[in-house]
Design a protein around this ligand. Structure first.
Ligand SMILES: Cc1ncc(COP(=O)(O)O)c(C=O)c1O
Length: 322
């Protein structure tokens, strides 16, 4: 697919696609493959590295000197943004939700090592704090570039439309479904856009890690439409065209429960692959449940898109080993 947008190389691509033979056997059906976006390579890897290739290029083109973005305390997006900023010689300011945590581990440790400035939003909205920072940076004669939550605008999502092309180019396996963790929606919007533009007919099934079903669909649909528009196409993608499940929200965002713990162990002990406690652990738990209940048929071929997040494992050490 052709797109005339600047792109800053940050990711090791293509990320591998491999069959999960032992996991497939352990689950007793549905052939499961994995796409390893945990191996995109930028200071711990993850899905946001793809989006940042376009967002950072846009920032550079705008003459920006500082990347500013928002996230949860253990945000993988923020950690990858800090690494991307460092790699192109920009400053990075991260607005993290809540108050500063007692310890310094997982992604927060990496944010600090990568030289990002951390601000905690306390009771205020992160976006409000980010707006203030941008205004204050401008006042000081700097040129900040704000990146929305998760890098989930159409420019970021372009990277995931291209990732569908990467997938179709690298394997002849015909997947019935692609399953992954969905939150701020950019990954899903990009995958939907790519599937539409390239005629991929498998299901693009996002497992919500935090948003209620309708809300997630409302977030994803317009970004998918806008992403298709950036490729010069157009499509009437509404919430009916967004496939998602919000059946696995458990105790809420970032709360590790028994299903996530089991999914993490199944992947680790059958495949030697690490999932993360917040996103991929939850998405994998959803996939496993759907396979066990027969919602996903035994003869189906599934691609589990690993979106990264493993640095957060360290922040959950005590809860993971109970
Ligand atoms: C590891 C991981 N997986 C999945 C997601 C969800 O991606 P998106 O925000 O594009 O929906 C995130 C986003 O924070 C993430 O860090």
């Amino acid at each position: 697919m052709e797109i005339k947008l600047p792109r800053t190389p940050l990711a090791h691509l293509p990320t591998p696609v491999t069959p999960l033979e032992r996991l497939t056997q352990a689950l007793g059906g549905a052939r499961v493959f994995i796409k390893r976006d945990d191996l995109t390579g930028l200071a711990g890897g993850g899905n946001k590295t793809r989006k940042l290739e376009f967002l950072v290029a846009d920032a550079l083109a705008a003459g920006a000197d500082t990347l500013v973005t928002v996230g949860a305390a253990q945000s993988n997006h923020c950690r990858q943004t800090a690494a991307a900023a460092a790699s192109v010689g920009m400053r990075c300011i991260l607005v993290l939700r809540g108050d500063p945590p007692a310890g310094c581990t997982g992604n927060i440790l990496l944010d600090r090592l990568l030289g990002a400035e951390l601000r905690f939003s306390g009771q205020r909205s992160r976006e409000e704090v980010m707006d203030e920072i941008v205004a204050s940076e401008l006042k000081q004669g700097r040129n900040p570039y704000p990146i929305p939550l998760g890098g989930s605008n159409a420019l970021g999502a372009v990277a995931f439309a291209l990732a569908v092309e990467e997938l179709l180019w690298q394997t002849d396996v015909r997947f019935d479904r692609i399953i992954f963790a969905s939150s701020s929606g950019g990954t899903q919007a990009g995958l939907i856009a790519g599937a539409h533009l390239l005629g991929f007919h498998g299901q693009i099934l996002g497992i919500s890690v935090d948003e209620p079903l309708e809300r997630l669909k409302e977030i994803v649909a317009p970004v998918a439409r806008e992403t298709i528009r950036l490729f010069g196409g157009s499509a009437a993608i509404g919430i009916a065209e967004v496939d998602a499940s919000a059946d696995y929200l458990g105790g809420g965002y970032g709360v590790l429960g028994a299903p996530e713990r089991e999914a993490i162990r199944l992947f680790a002990r059958n495949e030697g692959i690490l999932l993360d406690p917040v996103y991929t652990g939850r998405a994998a738990a959803g996939m496993i449940d759907m396979i066990r209940r027969g919602v996903i048929g035994k003869d189906e071929v599934i691609l589990f898109w690993h979106t990264g997040g493993t640095p957060a494992l360290w922040a959950y050490a005590d809860e993971l080993l109970v």
